[in-house]
Structures are given as C-alpha cells and as structure tokens.
Design a protein around this ligand. Sequence first.
Ligand SMILES: NC(=O)c1ccc[n+]([C@@H]2O[C@H](COP(=O)([O-])OP(=O)(O)OC[C@H]3O[C@@H](n4cnc5c(N)ncnc54)[C@H](OP(=O)(O)O)[C@@H]3O)[C@@H](O)[C@H]2O)c1
Length: 314
Amino acid sequence: MRVFVAGASGAIGTRLVPQLIDRGHEVIGTFRSPAHAERVRALGAEPIALDLLDARAVRQAVLQTRPEAIIHQATDLADVRFGRSLDRSFASTNRLRTEGTDALLAAAGEAGVRRFVAQSFASYRYAREGGPVKAEDDPLDPSPPAMARQTNAAMRHLDQAVTNAGGIALRYGGFYGAANDGLVKPVRKRQFPVIGDGDGISSFIHLDDAAAATVLALERDLAGVYNIVDDEPAPMREWLPALAKALGAKPPRNVPLWLAGLVAGKGMVMMAVGSRGASNAKAKRELGWTLRYPSWRQGFTAAYAQPDRLRART
Ligand SMILES: NC(=O)c1ccc[n+]([C@@H]2O[C@H](COP(=O)([O-])OP(=O)(O)OC[C@H]3O[C@@H](n4cnc5c(N)ncnc54)[C@H](OP(=O)(O)O)[C@@H]3O)[C@@H](O)[C@H]2O)c1
C-alpha cells in the first residue's frame, strides 16, 4: 500500500517506517522540524514537511501524494517540560489529536483513503475503580483530575473521530526502547520516586512491538480501539526499581502521598496512585500480534543494557 505516515521522524515513526518498507509498503513520511527531512529519507520514505495544524496544508499534502492509507503518529512531546499541569505540557499535542486528526480525516475522505490508523494512549485513562487491568470496552475515567481534563478529552476525541470514520485508534502503553526515553534521565538522577505504596498500575510497550502492532492494524481490515500494551501491567513499586536497575541507577526513593502532593500536585498523585493497566488480549486475538518483549522485565534490560565501561560514565 501507499502509506502516508504523519510524524515519521518521531520515536514511533522512525521504528514504524522501516517495518512498513520491509512489508513492501511505499511510505510518504512527514516531519515538522526542517532538520528531520534527512532522517525520514534515510529510513526509505519520501519526506514531506507538514504542520498538521495547518488544515489547508494537510489537505494539499494528502491530495498531492494520493495515499491509500494514513497513519497519524504526530505528537509534540520532544521538548516538553512536565509540571503540575498535564494539560499545559500536552497543549500542542492535544491540538494534534483534535485539529490534526480532523484535518487528516477530512483530507482522507476527500482523497478516498481506504485505511486510517492513529496513535492514542492507554495508561492513566481507564476509570480508577474495579479491577487493575482494563479492556477497550471498559469505561474511561469519567472525572480525570482537573489538570488533565483537556488531555483526556483530546484522546477521547481522537478515539471517537477515528473509529466513527471506520479507522483504528491504537491505545499504546508507555513507550520505551530508545536511549532518550522520557523516564531515563529522571530515573538515573533518582528524581522519579515511588509514590505512596506504589499501587498505581502502568502498561508499557517497547517501540519495536508498538510498530509491529501498527503494521498489523494497517493490514487488517478492521475498525475500532485496540490496546497496544505488553503482557504485564504492573504497579509502580515493581516496574520502577526494575527500570532503575536496568539503567544501572540507584534504587528509586519512596515518597509519602502528602509530600508527592506538595511537590508534584494532587492531580499527578491521583493519577499515579489510582491508575489502571490495560489488557492486550483483543490486539493479540484480532490482529494476530505477537510480542518480542512480552514484559517490560526483559524489555527494559534489552533496551538499556550497556557495556560496563559506558555505564560507569552515566
Ligand atoms: N505512548 C507513549 O508513551 C508516547 C507517545 C508519544 C511520545 N512519547 C515519548 O515522547 C518523547 C518525544 O516523542 P517523539 O520523539 O516522537 O517527538 P514528538 O515531538 O512527540 O514528535 C513526534 C512526531 O510528530 C511530529 N510533529 C510534531 N509537531 C508536529 C506538527 N505540528 N505537525 C506535524 N507533525 C508534528 C514530529 O516531527 P519533528 O520530529 O520533525 O518535530 C515527529 O515526527 C519520546 O521519548 C517518546 O517515546 C511517548
């Protein structure tokens, strides 16, 4: 298929494009930062500069390149600073998930694009009640913390708009598998503590497995929402020390809820403590997806293991 990948130069895009090409697809890859044109070309895609927030430019790019499929992987998180408000940190990503998605869907409709797959997110979204692991049909959190309301609404918008149009929304777990993953620095510096009892559950996914699931989602004639997470949703008290160990860092500190609330804000604590994990049963069953890293336990080690001489410097 001729596939238009919006956000080809990002963390997931750069893993996805080579897998698509290996499967015989022809890829048009978009980037935003001018310096990233070469990165996209080197992956084997035809590079196109595109700001997804410019609906006219989106329409023009899609009509000109005439793809049979579109995969939306654009976020704006590379230089993001995380503070007390997730909505502030995610403001432009939220626009990419609402306005960007709408612009791509409109252009897709006009150009007769047959398949549409878009990036969504699984962790911290399901209702903070009942069992620890949630399936796609389980309710989403009806009352997210005030500082994450717009972010949750943007993901909901994407899920609904894409599936209403007959496409697939992939609710990925937390990405890992690159040297510059977001958690690497804070965990190395012991700035990312276990909060309270560390009960909150997270779901992770290695970038290579996320890309493999995305290729399958493109190739299957299906519509709907799929959790793309590994087999082992886990509480923070388990995965965080394992991540520190894989990075060769000291074990994480533990902070009580009241202190975490003071430092990071109550909203962050609410999310971290009450979060639920996600089940990948539907993706395995319907997409025929198998994972190279079924658990973050082996995945973190594989992703971050370094020769001793390098570890000594970090
Ligand atoms: N599920 C998850 O856990 C999850 C999801 C997303 C990201 N992340 C993490 O966040 C970090 C940063 O992600 P990233 O490296 O993928 O960078 P990013 O800044 O989020 O960019 C992702 C892609 O979107 C493109 N993009 C950004 N703004 C755009 C716009 N206005 N219009 C069109 N395209 C636009 C980028 O182009 P340029 O590269 O040219 O700027 C890039 O191709 C990584 O550590 C990643 O793993 C995690």
